[in-house]
Write a protein of this length. Structure first.
Length: 92
């Protein structure tokens, strides 16, 4: 499925919001480490998300899981998240 410009803008918005969320919780170092692992094992992590999806009902929304899955499978999105996390880290 082709990604439209609006999809790209929306993706940028939620990636920025995730970066801000990690920063607010003080999890920047953990998130940056996770990104390095996600680059190497993104496909495997995506499959794990699919398997645990029934266990997360009521805890995580389907949208959050879909976004996490999309992030794990898209190296460009991972790079964007890393950029925003590093930007948040510099501001601290």
């Amino acid at each position: 499925m082709a990604q439209t410009a609006d999809d790209g803008k929306e993706r940028g918005v939620w990636i920025k919001s995730w970066a801000a969320w990690f920063e607010a919780l003080g999890l920047l170092p953990v998130a940056l480490l996770f990104l390095e692992l996600a680059r190497a094992f993104g496909f495997l992590a995506d499959q794990v998300l699919l398997m645990i999806q029934p266990l997360t009902m009521g805890i995580l929304s389907d949208t959050t899981l879909e976004r996490a899955s999309a992030l794990l499978c898209d190296s460009q999105a991972l790079e964007s998240l890393q950029f925003y996390l590093q930007e948040e880290e510099r501001e601290c």
